[in-house]
Design a protein around this ligand. Sequence first.
Ligand code: 13P
Ligand code: ZN
Length: 265
Amino acid sequence: MNEVLMREIARIAEVAGYLWAKGWAERNGGNISVNVTALMSEEEKKRPAIAPAVSLPEAMTALAGHIFYVTGTGKRMRYVAQAPFANGSLIRIADDGLSYEIIAEEAIAPTSELPSHLLMHNYLRAKGRDNKVVLHTHPTDLIGMTHCKPLIQSEVITRLLWSMIPECRIIVPKGIGIVPYEIPGTVELAHATIKQLEKHDVVFWEKHGILAVGEDIIECFDAIDTLGKSAQIYFSARMAGYEPEGMTDEQLDGLVPAFGLDKIE
Ligand code: 13P
Ligand code: ZN
């Protein structure tokens, strides 16, 4: 593997370590996929498959020939951090988009959320968005919030988390999409998530976890980390016995021109 690709793999391993250190990755919780096609030479892209092709539930037509690093199913983030190729794999999507092959040295089966990840990559590429990364993780505070019915609505939870610190409005400018509970790993979960990606880069899966898409793995982590910080501020205030005031609409709106943000209606 070339040096540029290995540098990106090292950044993925770095983030996997953060997920564990943050307490967001119990056992095998969470998964990562990164489109690494642009980081490979033409020769590397043709690496032979080391296992039979595996069918995909739908044709990923926008991903024909693309190559992804994906964490393995059942693999622990704390070990992805130490050994990314013993706990994850490189897969290549077939030219018809209907299957993938493993082209790494070890045949590590991809995450059970692969249908979701690939359908998201496929959707984003078809839209011309250069989001190479899908990051899914299990942050305790944010998942806790999804158990609260009055909070689990896009505008309500976005407004609440934005209003805890100015950075949240700046770092997560498109707010949060909500997907009601679905069985993990299903195409239903994938389709419901894609709908939310029309407007948002971060989606909360009710009673399960958080998902971020972006161009860069560190930025995806930062978005979730900043939301987690807001959630902690909110819960600390509630535990101390008061409802935090939160930034006013005027204070939040003041960030829009100051930081060149898009205003969300
Ligand atoms: P995998 O081990 O298959 O990636 O599953 C973990 C998870 O978080 C499912 O949502
Ligand atoms: Zn999960």
